[in-house]
Design a protein around this ligand. Structure first.
Ligand SMILES: NC(=O)c1ccc[n+]([C@@H]2O[C@H](COP(=O)([O-])OP(=O)(O)OC[C@H]3O[C@@H](n4cnc5c(N)ncnc54)[C@H](O)[C@@H]3O)[C@@H](O)[C@H]2O)c1
Length: 284
């Protein structure tokens, strides 16, 4: 029989008590789940996104769950370095240091937004303005947050960065998923090129940071979720399910344990990796 002590040691590795985690793009579909994951582990959290009301609604919801940590909200556009610096300064003025940075913000093309934007998503017609806007959020935004908060972590010799990528960091999109009947090829909507480029770029960024600040006690990893079920079009869901060995999309809360692992000392020796959680889609 193991003593109770061993389970204490086991759980203490997952504990984030006394740590503060900042989440970008916190109020979308997965952001609140990441927030819940970190709150459950005892962290204080800083929720950031573009809209204060939505942030405060999320804060109120989490506070009802009576977690032990503090919850702060800030409007922060990840494409604006001056916004990020200002928030970092405000947090410091309140003696709040960011120990964990969870880069989650993205302009996420949904199935319906892809299908509403027939032709504009196709590579032949893809506008540079859209490229710039999407890269600015998903890739440049992550770089800027790493620059500001990661530099501070390095100076304090302590920190964890978790970049939210996607299964499309390791596989190409299957454009058949978005095909609509009775439309010619040049009218078919596709998953935008930006998504693959951004999500794959995040893996390079993660690897870069993993060696850059390793001697400063800062490690970085990426989490690559597969598609999350969110009442998408039935035909899309059926087609996607057929590509996934587990036969279904993810539930939004199926990344909670991975976030807790990757942000805590439970993963202390993991650095520069991309953890793909996709029901097996990328291995067949
Ligand atoms: N939902 C999925 O099926 C899925 C699958 C794999 C990976 N992902 C990734 O997980 C992350 C979260 O996905 P989601 O489904 O919650 O997306 P979402 O679109 O619901 O949420 C993204 C959030 O980012 C915010 N955002 C957009 N531009 C911003 C900016 N300039 N500054 C700050 N915040 C900004 C949005 O306001 C939104 O709240 C994304 O990186 C996404 O690519 C999602």
């Amino acid at each position: 029989m193991k003593s109770d002590n061993s389970s204490d040691i086991f759980f203490s590795k997952f504990s984030l008590k006394g740590n503060t985690a900042l989440i970008t793009g916190a109020t979308g579909l997965l952001g609140p789940k990441h927030a819940q994951a970190l709150c459950m582990s005892g962290a204080n959290i800083v929720l950031t996104d573009l809209n204060l009301d939505t942030l405060n609604n999320l804060k109120a919801k989490l506070e009802k769950e009576n977690y032990s940590g503090q919850i702060y909200t800030y409007v922060m556009d990840v494409t604006k370095e001056e916004d990020i610096l200002k928030i970092s300064k405000n947090l410091k003025a309140d003696n709040i240091n960011i120990d964990i940075l969870l880069n989650n913000a993205a302009i996420n093309p949904t199935t319906s937004s892809i299908q509403d934007n027939i032709r504009t998503t196709r590579l032949e017609n893809f506008e540079q303005l859209r490229w710039d806007q999407e890269v600015a959020v998903g890739l440049t935004g992550t770089f800027l947050c790493c620059k500001v908060f990661g530099s501070d972590m390095a100076s304090r010799k302590k920190g964890v960065i978790l970049n939210i990528s996607s299964d499309l960091s390791v596989i190409a999109p299957n454009q058949n998923l978005y095909k609509q009947k009775d439309l010619p090829e040049n009218m078919q909507a596709v998953k935008p090129i930006t998504y693959s480029v951004i999500k794959t770029g995040l893996i390079g960024l993660t690897r870069y940071i993993s060696s850059y600040w390793a001697d400063k006690g800062v490690r970085a990893n990426a989490l690559s979720p597969g598609g999350v079920y969110n009442n998408q079009d039935k035909e899309f869901v059926c087609r996607l399910n057929d590509l996934i060995p587990l036969g279904r999309m993810a539930n939004p809360d199926e990344y909670i344990s991975a976030v807790q692992f990757l942000c805590s000392d439970a993963s202390a020796y993991m650095n520069g990796q991309n953890i793909v959680i996709d029901g097996g889609r990328s291995v067949i």
